[in-house]
Design a protein around this ligand. Structure first.
Ligand code: GDP
Ligand code: GDP
Length: 467
């Protein structure tokens, strides 16, 4: 059984070009003018050992590219509906525009497996767009140049990962990645000058926080405790301003903005029902926030849903802080805290060193420490490391634990620079990004986290060729 893939994305990102590359023929019309292809096409496609059908949705747009016309949206939804996996294409050269997010939301809502393709990655300064693509929350972007045919092996691997081996290959057999060891290399150009992108840490801006967690974890109690405490400290005349989605308050002279979830209002039964598992609400809160407090009921161990929430926060590039709530009900706090922390580290290795603080929303204990953890994490999330320091660190790494050899040739790393903050994103220039083992990239991320003291936040790393 082969599978069907739909190529989705806003006009002009390179969908038809990718379609043509996959089917190996000039079927779809390609043009610089958005919207030149008119029909939806389905065609047999190949990606090395994967044989499948691909649906091209390019050119449904018959209105200006600035808006997403209804017909195009409808056609896109039909194509998604039909597909087993979605190739979601963005233009790494141009960076994200609001339409990308509109399409990404449609794709996310479908719940189908997604491969995020950052096309035009061979272009100068595509690194910024590549890092931005993470923000769509659709997982790790695959850098690709549909036009020049580079990055195709990674696309193949990403499809297998998204669909599962069995589904992608149509067998349960082990495949052999060795055979695919890429002949194609992602070619990068100049490294974005990190200092040109001025994102200095600004403490005068309110820190945006969202509080998420399962029903009954204690979110509303916690929020009321945080804001209520402030009310006591500053007196009623200081006032708490509320707009439709957020509440402003201050904590130790620091401006805070809290996402106003349904839990903050008095709950009716209906509201409570609505609140349950309202994924879009949770997403909205996460998108709004810089720091997301995950409230866990310490008397109930981690559940799948808690991890899904954490995963979503990390994928969206926000920084999580955990509150182990209802700590007043715990009998042997030291032992339980050690266990919970150990579990947290094990289940969330992507944010090693995550702040996890025991609190009692009901008694107010631990709230100061929780807010300190929030501010500390926020600082890390905003942190920037100079290129000089990074490359001194790199020298040490290369002397101590250099990258492995692949097919008899040692991989070389030349240079590393930070291209982005909030969360920190790094670009590593190396000789063969396509064959650099994931395990080595993880090693780099972990030691970078360690060396520059960046615990608990997602750290992103993009590889590019150095020559
Ligand atoms: P669609 O509207 O999404 O189907 O996009 P097209 O496939 O028609 O491509 C739009 C434009 O982007 C065309 O001018 C293509 O030549 C160009 N393009 C497509 N892929 C790439 C790529 O990998 N790199 C670069 N630099 N340009 C590309
Ligand atoms: P939400 O659904 O996450 O907003 O949870 P609520 O704030 O409504 O709390 C659910 C229940 O847990 C309520 O009965 C609260 O009184 C109780 N609760 C919340 N925080 C604590 C706490 O720190 N200790 C104890 N013992 N109970 C708590």
């Amino acid at each position: 059984m082969s599978f069907k893939a739909a190529i989705i994305g806003r006009p002009n990102v390179g969908k038809s070009t990718l379609f043509n590359r996959l089917v190996g023929r000039k079927l779809a019309l390609v043009d610089d003018t958005p919207g030149v292809t008119r029909d939806r096409r389905i065609h047999a496609a190949k990606l090395y050992d994967l044989a499948f059908d691909v649906i091209d949705t390019a050119g449904f747009e018959d209105a200006p590219a600035a808006s997403l016309p209804g017909r195009m949206r409808a056609q896109t939804e039909i194509a998604i509906e039909e597909a087993d996996v979605i190739f979601f294409v963005v233009d790494a050269k141009a960076g994200l525009i609001p339409d990308d997010r509109t399409f990404a939301n449609i794709v996310r809502r479908s719940g189908k497996p997604v491969v995020l393709v950052a096309n035009k990655a061979e272009a100068r300064n595509a690194q910024g767009g590549l890092l931005e693509a993470w923000e769509l929350g659709l997982g790790e972007p695959v850098p690709l140049s549909a036009e020049h045919g580079i990055g195709i092996p990674d696309l193949r691997d990403a499809v297998v990962e998204a669909l599962g081996k069995e589904r992608a290959l149509g067998t349960g057999d082990e495949d052999d990645n060795e055979a695919l060891a890429a002949s194609e290399v992602l070619i990068g150009e100049d490294i974005t000058d990190p200092d040109s992108e001025n994102t200095a840490y600004d403490e005068s801006k309110p820190l945006r926080i969202a509080v998420v967690g399962r029903p009954n974890a204690g979110k509303s109690t916690l929020i009321n405790a945080l804001i209520g405490e402030e009310r006591l400290l500053t007196g009623p005349e200081a006032g708490i301003t509320r707009d439709s989605i957020s509440v402003d308050w201050t904590w130790q002279d620091r401006q805070m903005k809290l996402f106003d979830t349904a839990g903050m209002r008095r709950k009716s039964k209906v509201q409570e029902k609505l609140e349950r598992l309202s994924v879009s609400d949770g997403l909205r809160a996460i998108r709004f926030a810089e720091i997301v407090i995950i409230v866990l009921d310490a008397t109930i161990p981690f559940e799948k849903q808690d991890l899904q929430i954490a995963d979503l926060i990390i994928r969206e590039g926000r920084a999580p802080v955990i509150a182990f709530n209802k700590w007043d009900l715990i009998d042997n706090p030291q032992q339980v805290l050690a266990e919970l922390r150990e579990k947290t580290e094990r289940l969330l290795p992507q944010v090693r060193g995550i702040q996890a603080v025991p609190v009692s929303a009901e008694t107010g204990r631990g709230l100061d420490r929780l807010m300190e953890a929030v501010m500390r994490t926020h600082k890390v999330w905003n942190s920037r490391v100079s290129t000089g320091r990074l490359n001194r660190w790199l020298e040490g790494i290369l002397a101590y634990h250099p990258p492995p050899a692949v097919a008899g040739r040692r991989l070389k790393i030349k240079y590393v620079t930070q291209a982005k903050t909030r969360p920190p994103g790094f670009v590593v220039s190396c000789s063969r990004p396509d064959v650099m083992p994931q395990s080595y990239v993880r090693y780099l991320v972990n030691s970078l986290r360690e060396a520059f003291d960046m615990p608990g936040v997602p750290i992103r790393m993009a590889l590019r060729t150095s020559d």
